[in-house]
Ligand binder design. Structure first.
Ligand code: KG4
Ligand code: ZN
Length: 348
């Protein structure tokens, strides 16, 4: 298959998806295998770390074989292997990094540790080759809500982040209290289409003037309090209105702050990333707001928004072009900071 192509494998295991992908020249997806554990964790209403890491241990060899097979690539054709080294669940990241280190050591392939959020942002480079740093990125996932200046392919500045719940986490909790199950984000997104976004006025938290931080737990608590109040009064609740009103409140704050950050920094390119970037309301609203503001908006396809190996391969490809790689000292970093912690991943 090689034909002088640069082949990168990406391995992602930081939460409940065991994912391995193969990318050619940083843009052609040759395979994208994702083994989801959603059904396993649904009975617990959320991801159970110990169970998740055991499933990674069992799944990884099969996902690896399938990724190679679907891509039609042999191990000796791979130029580097990128792997998520943090942030995420320690035991889960450990499964991916231990596997990657073993394959790299056995086959003499360069190893590249990748920051998970850097991977989410890099998903945009695969489908939008015209996008180049510097630009602004809004990262919205189950564990993160960040406004980040992407200054270079391996250089980031955090403008703001959540002080409590991540947006996906808030979606998942609201879904649980209105009885939609796990993972709640896509279910709230779907149900909200049938509801009135202005039916209930849920709290919006903007924090201090000029702050690009977020606080989303207040809006989530407002939903819980509303449901209790209605239940105690014996009134029936319109779940679609609750979903739509919650979504309107949370996204209003996120979108307004993103537009303010674009004005403040002067960037004309915005890339959104992370599982919640597949939310249809956010995609539609931001498309309109960016058009009004004269900003180019980049969004990955939904399959590249939620956790996947392509995004890790894309980030690893960019790191390899910068000459950055890891060595067998690569550790796992559950709380890795994207602004100050990236050097920890690279060989000294
Ligand atoms: O990026 P991701 O796969 O994992 C993390 O790195 O956290 O994001 C998963 C999160 C979950 O909270 C899920 O409910 C949320 O993304 N999500 C959505 C949608 N699709 C996934 N939230 C809102 N609307 C969606 N359509
Ligand atoms: Zn993620």
């Amino acid at each position: 298959m090689k034909d002088n192509k640069h082949i990168t494998m990406g391995i992602e295991s930081s939460c409940d998806e065991t994912a391995i992908a193969i990318l050619a020249d940083g843009k052609d997806v040759l395979s994208n295998v994702i083994s989801s554990q959603i059904e396993i964790h649904t009975v617990y209403g959320g991801v159970v770390p110990e169970i998740a890491s055991r499933h990674h241990l069992n799944n990884i060899p099969f996902v690896f074989d399938q990724a190679l097979k679907e891509a039609g690539v042999s191990l000796d054709e791979i130029d580097e292997i990128g792997v998520t080294a943090g942030p995420g669940l320690a035991g889960c990241i450990l499964m991916g990094t231990a596997f990657a280190k073993a394959v790299c050591a056995a086959s003499n392939i360069p190893l590249i540790g990748v920051h998970h959020i850097q991977g989410h942002i890099a998903a945009n480079f695969v489908e939008h080759p015209q996008l180049k740093p510097p630009f602004l990125s809004l990262v919205v996932s189950g564990g993160h809500t960040h406004l980040i200046e992407v200054k270079g392919y391996n250089e980031f500045k955090i403008l703001g982040c959540t002080r409590d719940d991540a947006v996906g986490e808030a979606y998942d909790k609201v879904a649980r209290v209105i009885g939609l199950g796990y993972p709640g984000g896509p279910k709230v997104d779907k149900l909200a289409k049938e509801g009135d976004p202005f039916a209930i006025e849920f709290k919006r938290v903007y924090l201090e003037k000029d702050s690009f931080d977020f606080s989303l737990s207040g809006t989530k608590t407002a939903v819980i309090n509303y449901l209790h109040k209605e239940e105690q009064a014996g009134r029936s609740v319109n779940k679609a209105d609750v979903a739509a009103s919650f979504q309107e409140a949370v996204m209003e704050v996120i979108i307004n702050k993103t537009i303010d950050a674009l004005k403040m920094t002067g960037y004309k390119d915005l890339a959104i990333a992370g599982g919640v970037a597949s939310n249809s309301f956010l995609r539609d609203k931001l498309t309109n707001r960016c058009k009004e503001a004269g900003v180019n908006l980049y969004i990955p396809s939904p399959i590249l928004c939620t956790d996947n190996g392509v995004m890790i391969a894309s980030a690893a490809y960019q790191k390899s072009k910068l000459g950055l790689k890891s060595d067998m000292h690569l550790d796992v970093y559950p709380g890795l900071n994207i602004e100050s912690g990236l050097a920890k991943l690279d060989a000294k």
